[in-house]
Design a protein around this ligand. Structure first.
Ligand SMILES: Nc1nc2c(ncn2[C@@H]2O[C@H](COP(=O)(O)OP(=O)(O)OP(=O)(O)O)[C@@H](O)[C@H]2O)c(=O)[nH]1
Ligand SMILES: [Mg+2]
Length: 208
C-alpha cells in the first residue's frame, strides 16, 4: 500500500520586541484569537504562540512567535530568543518617544546578534491618536528614516483595539518567510509565566 506523502509543514520563528507596555502581548492575542485584551499581564521572560497562516493549499506556514518582555531587567534574557529568528516584529508606541528609543536599542541588538533576521517595524496603538489631547510623539518621517537606516519593512501602523493593520502585518511576515529560507525545525522550547499588572489605566484615556 502506498499513501501520498504529506508535505512537511513550513515553520518560521518570529520574535516580538519592544518596550514594556507597547502592546506586544495584546497584538498576539488579537492576531491569535481576534479579541482585544484590556487587562494584560507584564510578560516575564517570553511567551510562545504558534499559528498557521494559509494563503492556499500549497502556500502555508506556521509562525512560531516569541513574545518577549519589554522590561529592561529582562534585556539580557531576551537575547536568548533571537537565535534562528527569520523575522522580528519591532514595536514602538506612536505616542511614546521612550518606546521609539527602545526600538533603536533592539534594532542594534538584532544587527549584532542575528543580522539575517528581517525587521518589521510596527507603530502600535494608533487608535489613541483619535483621543482628544493625545498627540503623536514619534513623527512618521522619523519612523521612515529609522526604517530605512535599519533596512526594515514598514512602518506598519496597527491597533489591537480596532484590529487595524494586524492581518496585513502577519501576512507580510508569512510571505517573507515563505519566500525566504525558513528551516522547518524550529520548535518551542520554553514556557511562559505571567505576573499581574495594572496597565489598563495608562492606555484608556478616551471612551471605548
Ligand atoms: N488603546 C489601545 N491600548 C492598547 C493597544 N494595544 C495594547 N493596549 C493596552 O496597552 C497595555 C499594555 O499592553 P501589553 O500587550 O501587555 O504590553 P506589552 O508590550 O506586552 O508589555 P510587556 O509584556 O510588559 O513588555 C494593555 O492595557 C493593553 O490593553 C491598542 O492598540 N490600543
Ligand atoms: Mg507582554
Amino acid at each position: 500500500m502506498f499513501g501520498r506523502r504529506t508535505p512537511e509543514l513550513k515553520v518560521a520563528k518570529v520574535i516580538l520586541l519592544g518596550a514594556d507596555n507597547v502592546g506586544k502581548t495584546t497584538l498576539i492575542v488579537r492576531w491569535n484569537s481576534g479579541h482585544f485584551e484590556r487587562n494584560t499581564y507584564t510578560t516575564i521572560g517570553a511567551a510562545y504562540t504558534a499559528k498557521l497562516v494559509s494563503f492556499s493549499e500549497e502556500e502555508k506556514i506556521q509562525l512560531n512567535v516569541w513574545d518577549t518582555s519589554g522590561a529592561e531587567r529582562f534585556d539580557s534574557l531576551t537575547k536568548l530568543y533571537y537565535r534562528d529568528a527569520q523575522a522580528a516584529i519591532l514595536c514602538y508606541e506612536t505616542v511614546s518617544l521612550h518606546s521609539f528609543d527602545r526600538a533603536m536599542f533592539w534594532a542594534n541588538q538584532l544587527k549584532q546578534h542575528e543580522p539575517s533576521c528581517r525587521i518589521f517595524l510596527v507603530a502600535t496603538k494608533v487608535d489613541l491618536l483619535e483621543c482628544d489631547g493625545i498627540v503623536e510623539e514619534v513623527p512618521q518621517q522619523d519612523a521612515l528614516t529609522f526604517k530605512q537606516k535599519i533596512g526594515a519593512r514598514g512602518p506598519y501602523r496597527i491597533s489591537s483595539k480596532t484590529g487595524e493593520g494586524i492581518s496585513e502585518l502577519f501576512d507580510s511576515i508569512a510571505l517573507h518567510c515563505l519566500t525566504g529560507t525558513c528551516p522547518s525545525s524550529v520548535r518551542p522550547s520554553s514556557i511562559s509565566i505571567h505576573e499581574q499588572s495594572d496597565k489598563e489605566s495608562e492606555c484608556f484615556s478616551c471612551t471605548d
